[in-house]
Design a protein around this ligand. Sequence first.
Ligand code: TRP
Length: 361
Amino acid sequence: MEGLMPAESLVEHVTGQLLRLCRVTGTDAAEPARLVADLLGEAGRRALAAGPAWSSDVADDHSPVEFSVAFDRGGPPALRLLAEAAVADPAVPADLTPALAFLHRQAGRHRLDLARLEQVRDLFTTDRPQGLFGMWHSLILRDVPEFKVYLNPEIHGVARSGPLVREALGRLGAGPAYRGVRERALRPADRLTFFALDLTDCDTARIKLYVSQHDAGLDDVARAAAVVPGVDPAEVTAFCELATGSAGPYDRRPIIASYTFAPGAAAPIGYSVYVPIRSYVADDREAHDRAGALLVRHGFDPGALEAAVSAVSRRPLGDGAGLIAHVSLRVGPPRPGLSVYLSSEAYSVGAPQPLRIPAAS
Ligand code: TRP
């Protein structure tokens, strides 16, 4: 029968998942589908069987798309998409050109405010970009989609990320708040992984810095959270313990923290913690059960997670690890809550990890 059915393409695979997820969250799917088609462009038409056109770091299997469901206090769950616009030259994945072209195509239609991005863009631009990405997009798929961009602080190399972030936050009016973070929270092993800007509505638009806390213990996790006024470090450490099933140290994929800055504020105004749960489970069944328990603990309906997981994949959860890639806890404004990140698994499924139980001898 070969040849009768055209091979499934990347954009077909992702759009199918997106349409089913939109049904779960009650989102109109027309605009989300258009955005995905624009992001992937020509690369979207490539057959899945041909493998990824470039090694996107958005997901472990190099799918350039990852979904997430954000559970907020006082509102229905929101569907979000993290995506990388198709890169032009797989040898230079950190080239910003395709990502900026996507933004400029969407700017008018979605009234994006690019002013802040323009204030710092030169810092993240180089002829010889380093690292695994230059710019990623986050789309919150509400009735009017909200856009965010992630820039790479390590684009000039890891060693220059500190001064780069300091300059960028200084230009945006967050210098004093960042000084507190630097002096009281950052550890030598930490990496500055993402610098993110909301592109909508400049008054409430946030500036975020993501820190990868390599080999952190619970004391490090608590210290990083404690610099943000109003954040209870014990809430953050409890979340990490429950999500990983371990009291640390977290020596597999790192826990990631994010600080939210507002121009002129003397301290960060928000904090989130992201746990790469896939590195701390045997398989997705375990990840699913832990994520469900966390939702219940924080007062959310785990039914929506169930439905979202089925919208993305029908495979038995025990057959792989990584469909549920991260879980995160947002503390403080503007929207406290919990998010669960779901891999597209367009190209492959991560193998279940054998339980690390000492062998009986
Ligand atoms: N795949 C990368 C990682 O796992 C980047 C990434 C994708 C990420 N989605 C994320 C990081 C959500 C933190 C939270 O690190």
